[in-house]
Write a protein that binds this ligand. Structure first.
Ligand SMILES: Cc1cc2nc3c(=O)[nH]c(=O)nc-3n(C[C@H](O)[C@H](O)[C@H](O)COP(=O)(O)O)c2cc1C
Length: 138
């Protein structure tokens, strides 16, 4: 069963851009969804894109339990999503949150996570919502 997460995109602390995987951050209720990395989709302005989603407290950088959040890396997308409403579809659980020894080890794992997401989602199939027709293939 697909799990859904809705929210308004907040600013992260910009490390995402430094490590090469920028993320749209969404606040998350403490009891919602399982901590870890998921393959799924992000829908903004009616456009659905493949996304790799990390839910948790970033143990690599905050050993003392920072706030819990959902970080959404939208594949092949560089636009600014700040302030936008986003619907996230968590389709497949990939792995749990890990505490890495350093940033390069985290980045190597994220590259794998994104590759797994490409295999699990049909990124060729994207749709745009046109008000007068409904959903059409992009
Ligand atoms: C696909 C993906 C997987 C992630 N996995 C982990 C993880 O296992 N452990 C961890 O500490 N942080 C993980 N992160 C979170 C990164 O630490 C975080 O995105 C980065 O520090 C940027 O944070 P910022 O958006 O607040 O700047 C992951 C992020 C992404 C996008």
């Amino acid at each position: 069963m697909i799990e859904i997460l809705n929210g308004t995109v907040e600013h992260g602390d910009a490390r995402g851009r430094e490590i090469g995987f920028h993320t749209a951050n969404l606040p998350i209720n403490d009891r919602e969804h399982l901590d870890g990395v998921w393959a799924g989709y992000a829908v903004v302005d009616g456009i659905r894109r493949a996304a790799t989603i990390s839910i948790g407290r970033r143990p690599t950088y905050y050993p003392d339990h920072a706030c819990r959040l959902a970080e959404v890396h939208v594949l092949d997308f560089l636009g600014d999503l700040y302030g936008k409403s986003m619907r996230v579809e968590l389709v497949t659980f990939i792995r749990g949150q890990q505490r890495f020894r350093n940033t390069p080890e985290l980045v190597a794992r994220i590259i794998d996570d994104v590759q797994v997401t490409r295999e699990l989602t049909d990124i060729g199939e994207q749709f745009i919502r046109l008000p007068w027709i409904g959903l059409v293939a992009a």
